[in-house]
Design a protein around this ligand. Sequence first.
Ligand SMILES: Cc1cc2nc3c(=O)[nH]c(=O)nc-3n(C[C@H](O)[C@H](O)[C@H](O)COP(=O)(O)O)c2cc1C
Ligand code: SF4
Length: 399
Amino acid sequence: MPPFLLPRQPLRSLDEYFATDVGGLGLKRAVDLGPEATVTEILQSGLRGRGGGGFPTGRKWRGVLDQGGTHRYVVANGAEGEPGTFKDRALMRANPYQLVEGLIIAAFAVGAREAFLCLKASFEPELEAVTRAVTELQDAGVCRDCRITIVRGPDEYLYGEEKAMLEVIEGKPPLPRLLPPYEHGLFATAPQTGWQATENEPGHVGRHESNPTLVNNVETLSNVPHILARGADWFRSMGTEESPGTVVATVVGDVVAPDVGEVELGTPLRAVLDAVGSGVAPDRQVKAVFSGVANPVVPERLLDVPLSYEGLQSVGSGMGAAGFIVYDDTACMVEVARQFSRFLWIESCGQCPPCKLGSGEITERLGRVEAGVADVSDMREIGAWLDKVTDGNRCFLAV
Ligand SMILES: Cc1cc2nc3c(=O)[nH]c(=O)nc-3n(C[C@H](O)[C@H](O)[C@H](O)COP(=O)(O)O)c2cc1C
Ligand code: SF4
């Protein structure tokens, strides 16, 4: 299967993008179809969100389209904070045009008045690439009447969480708000649930608005022009029934050549580690693989699992953002557990006390296990905190 999302050579100009068999044709087809049929095409393609949750993209678009109210927004999530993941940055460097076209199509499909493209301020080459793409597409009149604002956000992990991202767009710190974006979107004035109250927009009259907002990952949106230009059946000819298409996987850690590569969904995980990361060193064996810090471990004996949402779920783990951190047989798994736990503790914002207190307590007690000074009460406390660390959680960091 030739890669279609991640070209071997980066595209340097809009002319180069238009010279491909997709550039501009996805939006043209969407306009020909109209918003309703565009959403149906995405629904039929079976595309699932590549930001970590794997939620069906067409269902998400339909949900926003069907919400009441007059103001809707679309957000492209390019925060890419998941440890071990570099695929959104690779995509933005290689082809920022397909992302911006996907964003314009999404805005058209859900009837959004404005779109936001959110990156970290520290992502300098990617900011340069998306700024070039937005400017060229605007100058060529391709953006139609959709205004696109590029947001330079903070480095915190939580910035990538969609409810925190909306706060950042509004100029606030990345603290996840209570309700999901389709219920309480950007600049929403009803209901007031954020950390700080939001003023009515200038000139706004009538009832308060909830402004349903669509948030999609950079890779998800990058798939969109290809699906529209070539059709849902083409997309479904790759991957599996429940996980169609390809995925851009990152393989890092104890491998010969850490890298990013596009693979067909359903490929065995072991083959992905070899194809993308060149496998572990010849005299070493894989001990454990993690898809980011949020999914349970995949041990060596399960590595033949297909890389798909249902495949990784069947072995008790998950796809996450398809960023795989590999540990070889020299790794201490207690140390790995403590490092992951410490990361979540530091990044937890503390709005939900069990998340902050529990991750801190678990981390410190794992440190005692690692140092060889723990006793049975440490193990009991770790188990007890694992049971309640997600109590009342506003976001999935704690999960
Ligand atoms: C703590 C945390 C961090 C997240 N970071 C990212 C991120 O960096 N990029 C991203 O696309 N999604 C991230 N997500 C998931 C988003 O909240 C959201 O589900 C996603 O952007 C939706 O896009 P999709 O449906 O296209 O996958 C994060 C979620 C959590 C709980
Ligand atoms: S679950 Fe944790 S990270 Fe998420 S909002 Fe609550 S305290 Fe913050």
